[in-house]
Design a protein around this ligand. Structure first.
Ligand code: MLT
Length: 272
């Protein structure tokens, strides 16, 4: 039986969580976790590309997209626990995880605590270090700026960093869609997520415990989590593969979906 459920909801930890769930129900499961402050729709092209062969699921992290925010302070620990509850709720014993940026922080946290629940890991445009004091300071400044100038301005400034210069000139549809994702996220959730990002712990010291296959992808022009960050993880994770996605910045899956999808399909086919 094939699933074609987009924008369905389930209740986990008293929150309504929105997700898309496509592909053959019995096929190996691949779960996609989006970056900040985006939502599951950033993975549309990957779901489309893989849904013939795999059960592909993309969900909205709490406070993003159509998922509830709840009342707790956000943290990467909380997001990772939500992921495990989400898998339990859908009766998914094991999955391959693919996380981009904040999604990668969540994936690394979940693998650190529940490695037995995962077959393989794809880390895209992400890193294993905690924030430097300067980056932490910038997150607080971002909160002040949003309070003063609003989300349109925040989206405008973010887009300049998220996309490679070549994409800024050529990826109008993707840029519009990212802008829409940002301005439709509540300010409260953006502040809460910025705190979660600023206070996250490093995962570098746990990378050598990872025993499952790992693919690391990074846009050649990623300014937020540059290729050096991908190299650092690659060196520490035994047997990991690293591929640079050309003509892409931080959102490599949206900026060069052809290459990104080729790499993840090739990797996942070696896992199952
Ligand atoms: C993201 O894309 O999820 C964020 O840029 C992550 C971060 O700011 O550390």
């Amino acid at each position: 039986m094939n699933l074609t459920e987009t924008n369905v909801t389930t209740i986990i930890n008293n929150l309504s969580v929105s997700y898309s769930d496509e592909g053959p129900v019995e096929a190996p499961v691949v779960i996609f976790i989006h970056g900040f402050p985006l939502n599951k729709s950033m993975w549309d092209s990957q779901l489309e590309a893989l849904k013939e062969e795999y059960r592909v699921i993309a969900y909205d992290v709490r406070g993003h997209g159509d998922s509830d925010a709840g009342y707790e302070d956000f943290s990467i620990d909380l997001f990772a626990n939500d992921l495990i509850s989400f898998m339990d709720n859908l009766k998914i014993r094991k999955a391959t995880l693919c996380g981009l940026s904040m999604g990668g922080y969540i994936a690394l946290n979940a693998i650190g605590n529940y490695q037995e629940r995962f077959n393989a890991l794809i880390l895209s445009d992400t890193q294993c270090i905690a924030d430097t004091p300067e980056v932490r300071e910038n997150r607080l400044l971002a909160i002040e700026n949003i309070r003063k100038n609003g989300l349109d301005d925040f989206a405008h400034e973010s887009i300049k960093n998220l996309f490679a210069p070549v994409s800024l000139l050529s990826k109008e549809t993707e840029i519009d869609s990212v802008r829409e994702m940002i301005v439709n996220t509540s300010k409260k959730s953006i502040y809460n997520s910025l705190h979660a990002l600023a206070t996250r712990k490093e995962t570098f010291s746990k990378l050598s415990d990872i025993k499952i296959p790992v693919l690391i992808l990074v846009g050649s022009e990623d300014k937020i989590t540059p290729p050096e960050m991908a190299e650092l993880m690659h060196k520490k994770i035994n047997g990991s593969q690293l591929n640079i996605i050309e003509h892409a910045g931080h959102l490599s899956n949206m900026e060069n979906p052809f290459e990104f999808n080729y790499q993840i399909r090739k990797f996942i086919s070696t896992v199952y």
